[in-house]
Ligand binder design. Structure first.
Ligand code: URA
Length: 209
């Protein structure tokens, strides 16, 4: 069974308060999302496997630990997920990047896939799916289903802000997926926005409001 991890680290909460603030401009918003994404990626990668290697320090020979070389991939859900992609790559630079494009039908709120480009060796990779907002859960569920259909077996999901409704549906649909959240908010409003949330993450990242 996957776990829900909510981060209460002071740096994450501090930066998140500026991300949420309506007075924070595009440049600062983008930088802060990247920084929080990096702090989260540090925790998301906590259970990566290590292996023993023998190295020479200037003083002696020792057995040290290095990542075992498990192949990783980060998959942003377009377009807002792009804002957290470099955050993961800064810590796991060898990761491949897949893209899944989903938009939310404005009336039904249901996700519609319009693009998917993924690494070829899917079965061999661990995936981190990123999207700043877990609202209804529809996009995350669809993106993860799409990965599984293509052969992915180990998937983590990382977002900044989640609504309880989305977390519940995602857990039910994909109980094997660990979910990483910087803040669990109150609810969704009638327009599918998270309350208090941060508004439209894509618009705020790319200045398209
Ligand atoms: N997507 C967003 O960008 N913001 C929300 O509040 C919900 C979904």
């Amino acid at each position: 069974m996957g776990k829900v991890h909510v981060f209460d680290h002071p740096l994450i909460q501090h930066k998140l308060s500026y991300i949420r603030d309506v007075n924070t401009g595009t440049k600062e918003f983008r930088e802060l999302v990247d920084e929080v994404g990096m702090l989260m990626a540090y925790e998301v990668s906590r259970d990566l496997e290590l292996q023993d290697v023998t190295i020479d320090t200037p003083v002696t020979t020792m057995t040290a630990k290095r990542l075992s070389g498990k192949k990783m991939a980060v998959v942003p859900i377009l377009r807002a997920g792009l804002g957290m992609t470099d955050s993961v790559l800064k810590l796991i630079p060898a990761a491949r990047v897949g893209h899944i494009g989903l938009y939310r039908d404005p009336e039904t709120f249901q996700p519609v896939e319009y693009f998917a480009k993924l690494p070829q060796d899917i079965e061999e990779r661990d995936f981190i799916v990123v999207d700043p907002m877990l609202a209804t859960g529809g996009s995350a569920i669809e993106a993860i289903s799409s990965l599984k259909k293509r052969g992915a077996t180990k998937i983590r999901f990382m977002c900044l802000i989640a609504a309880p409704e989305g977390v519940k549906l995602l857990e039910e649909a994909h109980p094997d997926v660990d979910i990483y959240i910087a803040a669990l908010d109150e609810k969704l409003n009638d327009h599918g926005y998270i309350v208090p949330g941060l508004g439209d993450a894509g618009d705020r990242l790319f200045g398209t409001k």
